[in-house]
Write a protein that binds this ligand. Structure first.
Ligand SMILES: Cc1cc2nc3c(=O)[nH]c(=O)nc-3n(C[C@H](O)[C@H](O)[C@H](O)COP(=O)(O)O)c2cc1C
Length: 196
């Protein structure tokens, strides 16, 4: 079973990357699970043009733009577990994650215009990991709603989210052993858990 971790923060080794690494480690080290592997990509290092709304995908379900997304579509399509990782920016996903997500309009076309389902009945799950500095009640609401429709377009059942408020400085998550353990456990459970 494989996991793809898509990092949406521009901050290397920041809070969301730290927690994502713990999730991946829990996933890979789940005792008794042979062959669990995780691959991580950092969106900020890639060239990803925002969706041009050209409609080019409507007939094929494929994006006509040629950039670093071409390889990412293959990785997402091959993923059994997909972890989308983003800090909260102005109560929503980071720009890096939003640009990546909008490029899945081609998969929305595949599912809803072309009526083609993808890897149906297979054990797949998509999860959101998000961090934020404050602790407001609706802090993650927009990101979770957005993630729900991103996974829907990808045709991946949505799994649980890992949400970590109260993290501001780059190394705050590293000083929270409780949170790191929760993230490890979250990763372990993703190796066991199936979509309902
Ligand atoms: C442009 C920007 C916008 C932000 N907006 C919010 C916000 O709306 N609410 C909040 O609680 N934190 C906000 N933050 C703080 C980050 O979500 C927080 O520091 C997070 O832990 C950063 O994660 P990272 O270390 O993985 O980059 C913002 C930070 C930046 C740079």
């Amino acid at each position: 079973m494989n996991m793809l971790v898509v990092l949406g923060s521009p901050r290397k080794n920041g809070n969301s990357e730290t927690l994502a690494a713990a999730v991946a480690s829990g996933f890979c080290n789940k005792s008794g699970m042979a062959g669990t592997v995780a691959e991580t990509v950092r969106l900020n290092d890639l060239a990803i043009r925002p969706c041009q709304a050209c409609g080019g995908c409507a007939k094929t379900g494929r994006c006509v733009v040629s950039d670093d997304m071409t390889a990412l579509y293959e990785k997402v399509d091959a993923a059994d577990r997909l972890l989308l990782v983003s800090p909260v920016y102005f109560y929503a996903l980071s720009a890096q994650m939003k640009a990546f997500a909008d490029r899945f309009q081609c998969r929305w076309s595949r599912r809803y215009l072309l009526r083609q389902r993808f890897r149906q009945g297979e054990d797949r799950l998509g999860c959101l990991l998000s961090t934020a500095a404050t602790k407001g009640t609706r802090l993650f609401a927009a990101s979770e709603l957005s993630a729900r429709y991103i996974f829907d377009a990808m045709d991946i059942p949505q799994g649980p989210s890992f949400l970590a408020p109260g993290l501001e400085g780059r190394s705050d998550a590293k000083t929270r052993p409780d949170l790191l353990n929760e993230a490890l456990d979250f990763g372990r459970k993703l190796a066991e858990q199936s979509a309902e």
